[in-house]
Ligand binder design. Structure first.
Ligand code: 5RP
Length: 237
């Protein structure tokens, strides 16, 4: 099975958590797009709140019922992807630049299920992926300097045309390498105190469960013990 197939396997399982009458937040990225495609095929009688314009467009095209977070400030469920997931379910998100809205939508949800392929599981955050930090364009040079003072190596995210990547909120993204992150909860707070920062992609204490697509199908991880057992059984062999 390819990585794309692992994503699809996990997405199919994730879509099964959506039932009639539910209010459901949708994150963004290629894995969530697979979840949305599954939901589009089944069309449950649920209301969806999207955290990005790309997910919104896809969900609309597939005929899902969409509403705003203002209309539904309490959600039953949020389904989202991640760039890295650590054993305690802390995460790095924002590879698609949508982490600010994703964090808001997740905080409105009673239950958050993260959908990934097995390559996203890490023993410590920052192993592979930088921390995306959404910043005000006005402040990005200054903010980058302040993030360097915190020990980070910021790089302005650019499009393939070499222009600054612009988020759905009209801001820039700094991708900041901190090396392996020992205390993500602390770093999440410290980054957000830098003037010009809108929100960063460290998500701590957000995910309730993680669905992992892998060679053997989809694993449902509900605890750190599940995570470590999965690694032992599937990744290190
Ligand atoms: C977007 C995100 C995505 O969930 C994350 O980047 C994973 O994306 P993909 O499923 O394409 O690997 O946080 O802001």
């Amino acid at each position: 099975m390819s990585r794309e197939e692992w994503k699809r396997v996990a997405a199919r399982e994730a879509a099964k958590f959506v039932g009639d009458g539910m209010t459901v937040g949708l994150g963004s990225g290629t894995t969530v797009a697979e979840v949305v495609r599954c939901l589009g095929g089944r069309k449950p009688d649920a209301i969806f709140v999207s955290s990005s314009s790309s997910t919104q467009q896809l969900a609309e095209k597939l005929g899902l019922r969409l509403a705003s977070l203002g209309e539904h400030p309490k959600l039953d469920l949020m389904l989202d992807g991640a760039d890295e997931v650590a054993p305690d379910f802390s995460m790095i998100k924002g590879g698609g630049g949508a982490h600010t809205r994703e964090k808001i939508v997740a905080s409105a949800a009673r239950r958050v299920i993260i959908v990934v392929d097995r390559t996203k599981l890490v023993s410590r955050l920052g192993e592979k992926f930088p921390v995306p930090v959404e910043v005000l364009p006005f402040a990005h040079g200054y903010t980058a300097r302040k993030l360097e003072e915190l020990g980070g190596e910021p790089e302005l995210r650019k499009t393939s045309a070499g222009e600054p990547f612009i988020t759905d909120n009209g801001n820039y993204i700094l991708d900041v390498r901190f090396g392996e992150i020992e205390t993500p909860a602390e770093l999440e707070q410290v980054i957000n105190q830098v003037p010009g920062v809108v929100e960063n992609g460290l998500f701590v204490g957000v995910a309730d469960e993680v669905l992992v697509g892998h060679e053997g199908g989809c694993a449902r991880l509900c605890s750190k013990e599940d995570f470590l057992r999965f690694i032992e059984d599937n990744v290190q062999k």
